[in-house]
Design a protein around this ligand. Sequence first.
Ligand SMILES: Nc1ncnc2c1ncn2[C@@H]1O[C@H](COP(=O)(O)OP(=O)(O)OP(=O)(O)O)[C@@H](O)[C@H]1O
Ligand SMILES: [Mg+2]
Length: 298
Amino acid sequence: MEQTILTIDKLSKRYGKIKALDKLTLSVEKGNIFGILGPNGSGKTTTLGIILSILNQDEGRYSWFGKQPSKHDRLDIGAIVETPVFYPYLTAVQNLKIYADIRHVPYNDIERVLEIVELLQRKNSRFNTYSLGMKQRLAIAAALLGNPKVLILDEPTNGLDPQGIAEIRNLIIKIANEGITIILASHLLDEVQKICTHVAVLEKGKNIFTGKVEDVLNETSTVEVKSDDMEKLVRVLEGLSEVISFRKEGNKMITHLQEGISSSNLNELLFSKGISVSHLAQQQKSLEKHFLELLGKS
Ligand SMILES: Nc1ncnc2c1ncn2[C@@H]1O[C@H](COP(=O)(O)OP(=O)(O)OP(=O)(O)O)[C@@H](O)[C@H]1O
Ligand SMILES: [Mg+2]
């Protein structure tokens, strides 16, 4: 049975003239890896600040676990929103003891969280000897102290190199597989596509799309085709059941293919009907294109 973890209902927030959030509505179910995707300044961090009661909203409501927000919820919510502060000359374990004290979590939980983020071997190394990726993993370990039901991350891979990015992404998936619901803010479409199950897209504080990530990806694909014999190409395209529709654009044909049919499938089909293709290109899916345009503006 689905269980609602977080409901956000028409949240609005202004900073003077800037409308940071404009009637934002969404809900997160148990087990989701929920991405809040949007360009810089679209209101992602503001949203996380409000649901963590670091900031006050002007209007609207939110509820955690189907109840009015209360102080007790904080034990069930692990978060890294502001860059966590660690003492450079203390070890990972010493730093986590400080966080454990703050969260009233017994010290025996420290080994558990260090194991999850794969820092057990380095638990007695000083923080200032850690790589950037290790520092970020330690921050995630701190947020996991007390075994929260939800983990909230704001731009978890910012500043990391490709290997560090891959490590953090795999770690997030691993944590989700252990049953923890994840809410993640990111300005990277690619990141959300790779790890999230659900997404809400923000533009200037408004939610312009919410849904399953697979529904974004499973749109029918659009492929451009050119051939020296365009008349024959049209005749062949008309006879192919795999082609939902096509239209001429300039000197090429734009085809919409059935779900599961790729551009190379189309190439093979055309070849089998005696057409050699001089140009074949997959167009970006419309939703994806829209996101990229949106993200590119910032
Ligand atoms: N303390 C503040 N004072 C004034 N304006 C603010 C403040 N915090 C945020 N804003 C503004 O509110 C809007 C939303 O900011 P927010 O930080 O939530 O965006 P974001 O989506 O997290 O962006 P980024 O991708 O850069 O982290 C922006 O226009 C920002 O300039
Ligand atoms: Mg932000």
